[in-house]
Ligand binder design. Structure first.
Ligand code: HEM
Length: 154
């Protein structure tokens, strides 16, 4: 197997574990917490889930980025980034950058502390649920764009 194909295997696995996790949290865990817990407690219950998922997400995000850039370098695809027709390449990198910023900077340095000490946990939970839906929508668009675009469908 050539190194591009190997990187593609790692890339697809990483994206499934990571975006699949985000989809589960957004469409299943968060609505379930909303239904089962009173507004003031939702944020605390969510943190129990989040702590476990964040560690895995960091791992898969790093692997998705490494395998993605490996493919770009190995097949010399850098010129795609200056071609608007390859918007799905930009979409992948944009989604990746949002998660890198969230998981490695914003969440550990600032957001986690702010959420633990939240004075309006019900409102913060609503906001967080909305943000998850927005980010999941962009991630799904990137997956569809990349899967279709890499086979010349777009
Ligand atoms: C640093 C970030 C990333 C880079 C550099 C990158 C790069 C790449 C490259 C070079 C390909 C192969 C394209 C081709 O065969 O023509 C690819 C495929 C793909 N990527 Fe990414 N990617 C990144 C992040 C992501 C993210 C965040 C997602 C999902 C939200 C994603 C989903 C996919 C999918 C679904 C494929 C198609 C696999 C296939 O069917 O061949 N990638 N990526």
């Amino acid at each position: 197997m050539d190194d591009f194909s190997l990187a593609r295997v790692v890339h697809i696995l990483s994206v499934i574990m990571w975006i699949g996790g985000v989809a589960f949290v957004t469409t299943t865990a968060m609505p379930a917490i909303r239904a089962a817990s009173p507004p003031a407690e939702r944020l605390t219950v969510f943190h129990g889930f989040e702590r476990r998922f964040v560690r895995q997400a960091r791992f898969w995000v790093l692997l998705a980025g490494a395998s993605g850039f490996w493919m770009v370098e190995s097949a010399d695809l850098w010129s795609r980034f200056s071609d608007g027709g390859f918007w799905w390449m930009h979409a992948m990198v944009a989604v990746w950058l949002v998660f890198v910023a969230m998981l490695f900077a914003i969440e550990p340095l600032f957001l986690h502390r702010r959420m633990i000490a939240s004075t309006r946990p019900a409102r913060d939970y609503d906001r967080m649920e909305r943000m998850h839906r927005v980010v999941l929508t962009f991630a799904v668009a990137a997956v569809i764009g990349a899967a279709a675009g890499s086979r010349g469908l777009l």
